[in-house]
Design a protein around this ligand. Structure first.
Ligand code: 4FV
Length: 251
């Protein structure tokens, strides 16, 4: 079981995405717990101010430290070892490796920034790490937090239908996934690869590995450099290169 505490100014954004399908069922089965907290509830005074103008000038607003730090310390009270993650473009880029690492923590606190960002002292005081879902700017950290909740929850035993699904998917071995086919065998004249209905599981496994290597080579050669390729895989890659697949070919 993993617990996510989400700190946001817009808790309503989380309702439907985290209540449907796999995540909804995982919550019902108590495999994951998600608690939403409105940062404004931790802002002092009648006006409950959560942001202010940036020191040094410049447009936009900055989230004030007090409401955020109070909110984080509040959700950490029951479990001081909870890992506090700030979603921000300045964070490390989320990857399958980080997802697997985060899934080891029993309790994650996800802090969603808004406006131009959060006061730097929040990072210094109570944030353990910053994570970015990509080199672009969102209107808020909420969608990034949902991405983390979805990706990490898939790593939790029992959340995905069949047992080792998460260990079979893309990036589990650093490569892109092989092509998938299902009925009908012939769709508008497009037939499925014969090997997939051969019943020869060793050949099917070889074909799928070759297609993973081919796709990764053609679409994400950066991943191929980092992937742990076996001697067999290297032979397959050389075969593909000999087959003269121009790297512009999209397969
Ligand atoms: C973001 C990202 C992101 C920056 C300013 C929220 C916004 C606003 N978070 N990965 N990319 N956050 O753009 O995680 O506060």
């Amino acid at each position: 079981m993993i617990r996510f505490d989400v700190l946001t100014l817009f808790p309503g954004m989380f309702n439907s995405p985290l209540s449907e399908s796999v995540l909804g069922k995982a919550r019902d089965k108590k495999q994951i717990e998600i608690a939403l907290h409105n940062i404004r509830d931790f802002a002092p005074g009648r006006h409950r101010v959560v942001d202010d103008t940036p020191y040094g000038g410049g447009g936009g607003m900055v989230m004030k430290p007090e409401p955020l730090v109070r909110a984080i310390e509040f959700v950490k009270k029951p479990s001081p070892s909870a890992r506090v993650i700030l979603m921000s473009p300045q964070g490390v880029l989320l990857s399958a490796g980080h997802v697997r690492r985060l899934a080891q923590y029993p309790h994650l606190v996800l802090v969603c920034g808004r406006y131009e960002g959060v006061d730097e002292r929040v990072r210094l005081e109570v944030v353990d790490e910053e994570i970015s879902i990509g080199d672009y700017v969102l209107t808020g950290g909420e969608l990034a937090a949902m991405v983390i909740i979805d990706a990490v929850s898939r790593q939790i035993r029992g959340v995905l239908g069949h047992e080792n699904a998460a260990h079979e998917d893309s990036f589990s071995d650093g490569l892109l996934e092989y092509p998938h086919y299902t009925k009908p065998r012939n769709f508008r004249g497009l037939r499925i690869p014969e090997v997939l209905i051969s019943g020869n599981h060793r050949e099917i496994k070889r074909w799928r590995r070759k297609e993973s290597i081919r796709r990764t080579w053609l679409r994400r050669p950066d991943l191929l450099e980092r992937a742990a390729l076996s001697d067999e895989d290297c032979k397959t890659l050389d075969e593909l290169k000999r087959e003269g697949e121009s790297c512009r070919g999209v397969v």
